[in-house]
Design a protein around this ligand. Structure first.
Ligand SMILES: [Zn+2]
Length: 124
């Protein structure tokens, strides 16, 4: 189950870059088609807009499923990041991989390890 969490997290992190590359490729293709067959450029514009909406919905669904999987694993006493059982403490901190999670399933990212405080960054 933690592999599903890792796949969803990788999808949520990497899908923005993949979408940017895909839309830039579509823009380049539409630019070339503008001189050859203008109707194809128009079709690519609407495909790009539809793809943008579709990917926004898909990313929102993936982040919801990711949080649900993380909450399920945390309630079973497992670390969503490495899959090992963690000690039962309030902060959901893993002894093996030192990943920390909020009770809602959001991974806590320590942006500045020296300040002694944690900041939670939602992965959307
Ligand atoms: Zn862990």
């Amino acid at each position: 189950m933690h592999r599903l969490y890792l796949i969803l997290r990788a999808f949520n992190v990497g899908s923005s870059c993949a979408l940017l590359v895909l839309l830039m490729a579509a823009f380049a293709l539409a630019f070339v088609f503008m001189f050859i067959y203008p109707l194809a450029s128009l079709i690519l514009v609407f495909l790009g807009l539809g793809g943008l909406w579709g990917s926004a919905i898909l990313r929102k669904l993936a982040s919801i499923v990711q949080l649900r999987v993380a909450r399920s694993l945390l309630s079973q006493g497992l670390c969503p990041n490495c899959g090992n059982s963690r000690s039962d403490n309030i902060e959901h901190a893993c002894q093996t991989c030192e990943a920390r999670f909020e009770s809602g399933g959001i991974m806590i990212v320590d942006t500045d390890p020296d300040d002694g405080m944690n900041s939670s960054v939602p992965e959307l």
